[in-house]
Structures are given as structure tokens and as C-alpha cells.
Unconditional design. Structure first.
Length: 61
């Protein structure tokens, strides 16, 4: 398996796992103050970018 294929597979599986974890954690946040919800969804909506960036650069090497 090439590095790009490995990075793609890891990226898809990792993103799916990340979404599941965020959805589980969101159950604890939903219904709290709107500012807490905003911060949670803003942070989790952006947090996946850095591992994805690293994985893309690693796969392109």
C-alpha cells in the first residue's frame, strides 16, 4: 500500500472516529448555555484540521 493510500485510509477512519466522539460529547453540551455550545462546536469544528494537515503532508512525502 502506498503512503498516499495509507494516509487516505487513516484519514477517513480517523475522521469517522472523531465525528463519533464529538457526537457523544455533544450530548453533554446540548442544553447548556448558548456560549458553552458555541465554544464547543467552534473548537471541535476546527480541531480536526491540524491532524488532517499533518496527515496530508505525510502522505504527500
Amino acid at each position: 500500500m502506498s503512503r498516499a493510500s495509507t494516509a487516505s485510509l487513516i484519514g477517513i477512519l480517523g475522521f469517522a472516529a472523531y465525528v463519533v466522539v464529538v457526537m457523544i460529547l455533544a450530548d453533554f453540551v446540548i442544553g447548556t448555555h448558548w456560549a458553552v455550545e458555541f465554544v464547543f462546536f467552534a473548537v471541535t469544528g476546527i480541531l480536526w484540521v491540524w491532524p488532517a494537515k499533518w496527515l496530508m503532508f505525510w502522505g504527500a512525502r
